[in-house]
Design a protein around this ligand. Structure first.
Ligand code: M6R
Length: 606
């Protein structure tokens, strides 16, 4: 949510800031802005809407300068508008902010009493006036420390000063922030993706740290102002992973990449020669874990739900699943023998991070499953299992979902075998099936043509339902989420067996309903529930797997058959047509697929 960038250089920085804002746009895209210091004066250009609009404004209203900050916004306080767009400036300082200042109302009242005037509806403006006020009686560093002590909430900040031609302050509490190192210039950015076109050398700020970035050096401090020594990390240079290539949208590319990302992940975790799993340095003994709690948000939560079914089927562990935003405020009983697993693509989701932090403070076992290995969640977990998917840029999570499920499945297999809950024969069979997964995902991608034929019915309908039982239930939730998120149509995921307890009343003539009924142990029950919705007028799109003997087509509107594979792995395959359904429905409506309205990729506010 919101992306920030700062550059101090020997050259004009506007073009590089604009370029980085394009990379950061996935974090927020309702308004954008840039501020530079030109001949000792802070100059701003801002706009409502996308970075394209900002570029147009900049061509009319050129701003130069060797130091500057930029921002893409996902509105929290105040509507998306030019006036609320960042940076926010006084004649002394200019600030970009990602996060929320929770005590902004009180601070605003105090500052208004002191004579400060507020132009916007944002919480960020209090930071501008606080620093301006502290600077009257304090040096720069103490003014920053005082401001940081005064504000509550979560934030990442980038600040430039009217009388400092080569100095950017960065500060973080809760929201991510990185520093990048270039030749005769240095940078501040919300993530390494924004910095990658300029450098592959970065340092991540820890919570409550701040930094002073100059073009020939960077200093880091803790909240009290004591100097902190930090490591410089070298990032991989795989630039083409960040490009769309021949694809129209990142989402389409990311869906099609799944056979490769699955293969890469399988290769990381499976030793094909010994048919064993490569999970090294797992820090706990099997006997020290008797339960598991899986925590995530959105799609990551759905992969947690999926894992519950696998863990319960393969192990004797107690397994529960929680939504991070609920977990963090409940009266939890922290258990020493529980493994707390945090699932997050970005590794920066504020609620998931807060849940992890709470667990760490209660000194329990924490493990994370992430895509971005440099992320805060990865850094602060006691054990990390990466999903090896490569960057996921489309706001809708696709390849990361399959990657999360895959790593959760592998972890489940590891624990089940180590605990002797499954024997060698079953373990080997399941490991071998995993080696077949990528090939089957690839074949299932060919269902695209069939999906294109049905999507019109979904976008034209008042609403739709996605039904599944057992392993297919979390996938039904995920399919409905994807359709809502991208095509902006109401879609509900439901356990097929629950329909008669209320939601059946929603079914009316012609309503499109997706029924997920692979031929697993739940097949017959789901087919009965399917007939119940058909009897009430639903148009059913059945998603099942291929089977020579049994053809199910009675009263069905359309059916799609995925490949055959070990039942445990069918959830991976039945997800693919649902991703394609959401993609083509959004395409049909002409929506912005990689940047759906009101959303952002990295949810760094709670
Ligand atoms: O980065 P995370 O996996 O922690 O993100 C969690 C959710 O915000 C994310 O999965 C969201 O639900 C997706 N946009 C869904 O496609």
């Amino acid at each position: 949510m919101c992306g920030i960038i700062g550059i101090t250089s020997t050259k004009n920085v506007s073009a590089s800031i604009l370029n980085s804002l394009r990379k950061l746009e996935y974090r927020g895209y309702d308004s954008a802005g840039i501020a530079t210091l030109e001949s000792g004066i802070i100059k701003e250009v801002k706009c409502e809407g996308r970075v394209d609009a900002l570029e147009k404004n900049l061509s009319k209203q050129k701003i130069d300068g060797n130091i500057g900050i930029g921002h893409v916004r996902w509105a929290t306080h105040g509507v998306p508008s030019t006036i609320n767009a960042h940076p926010h400036s006084s004649d002394k300082v200019s600030v970009v902010h990602n996060g929320i200042i929770e005590n902004s109302t009180i601070l605003k009242k105090l500052l208004i009493k002191k004579g400060y005037e507020f132009k916007s509806q944002t919480d960020t403006e209090v930071i501008v006036h606080l620093i301006t006020d502290y600077l009257k009686k304090n040096n720069l560093k103490n003014s920053i420390i005082k401001m940081l002590n005064k504000v509550h909430g979560s934030f990442a900040l980038g600040i430039i000063f009217q009388d400092q031609p080569d100095l950017i302050v960065g500060a973080r509490r809760g929201s991510p922030l990185a520093v990048g190192y270039g030749p005769n210039e240095n940078y501040l950015g919300s993530d390494s993706y924004a910095l990658k076109s300029m450098t592959n050398k970065v340092t991540y700020l820890n919570d409550s740290e701040f930094c002073i970035v100059k073009k020939d050096g960077v200093e880091f401090f803790d909240e009290k102002g004591n100097k902190v020594n930090k490591k410089v990390l070298e990032l991989s240079k795989n630039e083409n992973q960040y490009e769309k290539g021949d694809y129209k949208h990142f989402m389409a590319k990311e869906i099609d990449e799944q056979p490769i990302t699955i293969k890469n992940c399988v290769n990381e975790y499976i030793n094909r020669i010994s048919n064993s799993l490569n999970i090294y340095n797992f820090p706990w003994k099997d006997k020290d874990i008797s339960s598991i709690l899986l925590i995530g948000c959105g799609t990551a939560y759905h992969s947690c739900l999926m894992a519950k079914y696998w863990f319960e089927q393969m192990t004797t562990l107690d397994v529960n699943v929680d939504i991070a935003s609920e977990f963090r405020y409940r009266k939890n009983r922290f258990k020493k023998d529980c493994l707390y697993i945090f699932v997050s693509q970005s590794g920066e989701t504020a609620d998931t991070y807060a849940a992890l932090d709470l667990c760490n403070k209660n000194n329990v076992k924490t493990c994370s499953i992430v895509n971005v290995v440099e992320s805060s969640i990865a850094r602060d977990s006691k054990f990390v299992l990466p999903i090896h998917c490569g960057p996921e840029i489309g706001v809708a999570s696709t390849k990361a979902f399959l990657g999360q499920m895959l790593v959760l499945y592998i972890l489940c297999l590891k624990l089940a075998y180590a605990r002797k809950d499954i024997d060698k024969k079953i373990f080997s069979f399941k490991v071998k099936s995993l080696l077949e997964l990528s090939k089957n995902v690839k074949k299932t991608l060919l269902t695209e043509d069939q999906i294109q034929l049905v999507c019109k019915s979904f976008v034209d309908a008042k609403g739709s339902m996605f039904l599944g039982r057992g392993f297919s239930y979390p996938i039904a939730l995920e399919g409905a989420l994807k359709l809502k998120e991208l095509a902006y149509v109401h879609a509900e995921g439901y356990p097929a067996g629950e329909m008669k307890h209320g939601p059946l009343a929603l079914i009316e003539d012609g309503m499109p309903v997706v029924v997920l009924a692979p031929r697993d142990e739940y097949f017959k029950k789901t087919i009965s529930n399917m007939q119940e919705v058909i009897a009430r007028g639903a148009k059913v799109l059945l998603i099942t797997n291929k089977n020579k003997d049994e053809v199910v087509h009675e009263n069905i509107w359309q059916s799609i058959e995925v490949e055959n594979i070990n039942d445990d792995l069918l959830p991976f395959l039945i997800t693919i047509p649902l991703q394609k359904l959401a993609y083509h429905s959004a395409l049909n409506k002409g929506y912005d697929i990689d940047k759906p309205r009101n959303l952002a990729k990295s949810v760094t506010v709670e």
